[in-house]
Design a protein around this ligand. Structure first.
Ligand SMILES: [Fe+2]
Length: 252
């Protein structure tokens, strides 16, 4: 990583305050697993339960058209900072906001909904509360649109593991976050965050589950390099949870 001071928790700050400071200073922050666990009160049992949801994802046919084997689900919550409560909305198509992703301009994409037990998982709701807290340093709003996408990217000896086939991009939101949940037999998968002029702000390979990368999506672009199988005879996978927050502007 290239901006160590902005990605390490300062001893005198709690994890939320550290994240707020990093996002304000540089637009990016990397929270280590120990700090995340402290912030949301999670431990080994919670993570084991949470990671099991990634065994129930569904194929992403849009990524398959680009030659990438990716599984996912999708859920749209409304998060209210006033009471720290996240409500799951009825399932609808996923629309990439504005013109943020050149691959999917004005394209609605249909993904399978989150399973009921994923949508209710206390660890997910702890994450939403944490991110809702952090996001207040970027924008003030009574309600956030929180879009939740668990991803599994697969690779094997013959390739096929592009976490972000669109390359460096924005999501068209305020806060964009990526949480590493698990990786197995996977090399590569390096995360890059650059500013709008293309200057590198952070480059890191998230290797420890529970590592949480956050970016101010209004002033940064992000991307992840391909993964490959370390042992070519075995499949490789990288499991992440992407959560984005944007001020709620409509009932859509
Ligand atoms: Fe993205």
């Amino acid at each position: 990583m290239t901006r160590a001071p902005a990605t390490q928790t300062q001893a005198h700050l709690n994890p939320v305050a550290s994240a707020m400071q990093g996002l304000t200073d540089t637009g990016v922050f990397l929270m280590p697993p120990a700090d995340l666990n402290r912030a949301i009160g999670a431990g080994t049992n919670e993570w084991t339960r949470f990671a099991a949801h990634w065994r129930e994802l569904a194929p992403d046919r849009y990524a398959a058209e680009l030659g990438t084997r990716r599984l996912r689900r999708y859920g749209h919550f409304v998060f209210r900072p006033a009471d720290g409560h996240a409500t799951l909305l009825p399932h609808r198509a996923f629309v990439q906001p504005e013109d943020s992703n050149p691959l999917y301009v004005e394209t609605d994409r249909q993904f399978e909904p989150l399973t009921a037990h994923f949508a209710k998982d206390p660890l997910l709701h702890g994450l939403l509360r944490l991110l809702g807290d952090v996001a207040t340093v970027l924008e003030d709003t009574a309600e956030w649109d929180a879009k939740v996408t668990p991803f599994r990217v697969l690779a094997s000896g013959d390739g096929g593991g592009q976490p972000t086939p669109e390359g460096l991009h924005r999501d068209g939101v305020t806060l964009v976050t990526s949480l590493l949940v698990d990786r197995h037999n996977a090399g590569g998968g390096e995360s890059s965050v650059v500013d709008l002029d293309g200057h590198q702000l952070l480059k890191t390979t998230m290797s420890e589950p529970g590592t949480l990368l956050m970016g101010d999506d209004r002033r940064t672009l992000h991307g992840v390099s391909a993964i490959h199988a370390l042992d070519p005879d075995e499949p490789a996978r990288r499991d992440v949870l992407v959560i984005t927050l944007a001020p709620r502007r409509s009932r859509g």
